[in-house]
Ligand binder design. Structure first.
Ligand code: ADP
Ligand code: MG
Length: 371
C-alpha cells in the first residue's frame, strides 16, 4: 500500500470535486489537518472513514487502496492485487507470536486511567490550545463473556476510545491490557499479528471486501490466521448457520441486504474466536428490523458462546441489548449501568433516565459516579 500515491489520489479527486481541504474535512466531520496528512501521505484515513470518503469522492474502496482509478476491464486483476496489499498491510504478514504470560485473567479488557489528546487542531474546531482531550482519564474492565455498550453523544470520544483499544491509535496516558497483555508493550511490527489473533472488528457496513463472496470474506479471516485448508469450509459453514446466512454464502456483498452484510461481518469477526469483538455503531446503517437481528446475534454470541463484546452506540434501543452500559460525555465516563435480571424494556427505560440525568446534572455528576 503506497500511502503517498493514495494521498495524491485523494487530493486529485478532491480537486476534481472543486473542494478545498477544509470543505472535505467539514463533510467528514474531521480536522483540516487530518486531510492534509492523508494527502501528503503522512497518514491513512481511519477505518471508519474509508467508506464515507469513497462515497464523497465517488470512488470505490479498491480505487482508494490502489491510489488510482481502475478501468472496468482490469477490475478483477486489480482487485486481487489491492486485496493482497490490504491483507498484508492491515493484517500483517509476519509470523511472530505475541507472548501472553501466565494464566488467563478474568478480565479480557482492562483500561486504566487512559487519556488521549489530539494535538495541532486548527482554530474553529472547539479546541483549546490547539488540542482536544478526546478521552479523559477513563478506567473500566470488561470480564470474559460480557456484552458491554459505550454510549454518548457524537463527539464524546467513543470512537477514539475504541481505536485506542483496537491498537489503531495510541493513548497519551494510561494503560490498556487485553488478556493481560499491555498493548503498549507490543512492538509496532507485531501489532497487526496481535489484532489478527486477539481482536474481531465489526465497524459499520463497509468492512466487507466487495470483490469477494460472503464465503470468501469469512474464510479470509481464517486464512490469515493459518487455519488448515480442510477445516476452513466446515468452520465457515457452521458459523454461517448460526447467524442465518448459509443461503447467501456464494453471493457478493452488493447482492445482499445491509443486515446480511453486518451478520457476515459478525461471522468474520467471531469465526476466529477473538478475545474481544469491537463494534463501532454497528447498527448505524441498518433499518430497525436488521438492527434488532444483529443485536440479537451479539446477545446470543455472548450468552451461548461466551463471546466478549464491546459495542459503541448512541442508540438506546441498541444499548438495551447489553449487560452493562458505560456513559461517556466530554471524553469521560460519567456513569455506568448494569442490566442485572431486568428485561430489555425495563433496561431501556433505565438507560433513558440515566441519559436525562447525565444531561441535566452534568455539573454535579462527578461526585455521583458509581462505576
Ligand atoms: P464519537 O465517536 O463519540 O463521536 P470521537 O472519538 O470521534 O467521538 O471524537 C472525540 C473528539 O475528538 C471530538 O472532539 C473530535 O473532533 C476529536 N477527534 C477525533 N478524531 C480526531 C483526530 N484524528 N484529530 C483531531 N481531533 C479528533
Ligand atoms: Mg464515533
Amino acid at each position: 500500500m503506497n500511502q503517498i500515491k493514495i494521498g495524491a489520489f485523494i487530493s486529485g479527486c478532491r480537486k476534481t470535486k472543486g473542494w478545498t481541504q477544509s470543505q472535505l474535512a467539514e463533510k467528514l466531520g474531521i480536522t483540516d489537518k487530518a486531510i492534509s496528512k492523508w494527502e501528503t501521505g503522512r497518514s491513512m484515513p481511519d477505518l471508519s472513514l474509508f467508506m464515507p470518503l469513497c462515497t464523497l469522492l465517488g470512488i470505490t474502496l479498491n480505487e482508494l487502496f490502489a491510489g488510482e482509478y481502475i478501468a472496468e476491464e482490469k477490475l478483477k486483476e486489480k482487485a486481487d492485487e489491492v486485496l493482497m496489499d490490504v491483507v498484508t498491510n492491515w493484517l500483517g504478514h509476519d509470523q511472530r507470536e505475541v507472548k501472553v504470560c501466565g494464566t488467563v485473567p478474568p478480565n479480557v479488557l482492562e483500561v486504566e486511567n487512559v487519556s488521549k489528546r489530539y494535538g495541532n487542531v486548527p482554530a474553529g474546531y472547539g479546541a483549546e490550545n490547539n488540542s482536544v482531550l478526546a478521552v479523559n482519564n477513563v478506567s473500566f474492565q470488561i470480564p470474559h463473556g460480557s456484552f458491554v455498550g459505550i454510549m454518548g453523544a457524537s463527539g464524546s470520544g467513543k470512537t477514539t476510545l475504541l481505536h485506542l483499544i483496537a491498537t489503531i491509535d495510541k493513548p497519551t496516558n494510561g494503560a490498556i491490557r487485553i488478556s493481560g497483555q499491555n498493548i503498549a508493550d507490543i512492538p509496532e511490527e507485531a501489532a497487526a499479528e496481535f489484532r489478527r489473533r486477539h481482536l474481531g472488528f465489526v465497524f459499520q457496513e463497509y468492512n466487507l471486501l466487495e470483490t469477494l463472496t460472503v464465503y470468501e470474506n469469512i474464510a479470509l479471516a481464517l486464512t490469515v490466521k493459518e487455519v488448515s485448508k480442510e477445516s476452513i469450509r466446515p468452520m465457515v459453514q457452521s458459523i454461517a448457520k448460526k447467524l442465518g446466512i448459509s443461503a447467501i454464502l456464494d453471493k457478493f456483498p452488493y447482492e445482499v441486504s445491509g443486515g446480511q452484510r453486518q451478520r457476515c461481518a459478525c461471522a468474520r469477526a467471531i469465526v476466529v474466536n477473538p478475545d474481544i469483538i469491537l463494534a463501532d455503531e454497528p447498527t448505524g446503517a441498518l433499518d430497525s428490523h436488521a438492527a434488532r437481528q444483529l443485536l440479537g446475534t451479539f446477545a446470543m454470541l455472548s450468552r451461548e458462546y461466551s463471546a466478549t463484546i464491546l459495542m459503541v452506540t448512541h442508540d438506546v434501543m441498541a444499548a438495551s441489548y447489553c449487560d452493562r452500559i458505560l456513559f461517556m460525555k466530554d471524553g469521560e465516563i460519567k456513569a455506568a449501568l448494569n442490566r442485572g435480571q431486568e428485561s430489555k424494556q425495563a433496561f431501556f427505560a433505565d438507560i433513558l433516565q440515566k441519559i436525562e440525568w447525565i444531561e441535566g446534572e452534568s455539573h454535579v455528576v462527578l461526585e455521583a459516579v458509581n462505576p
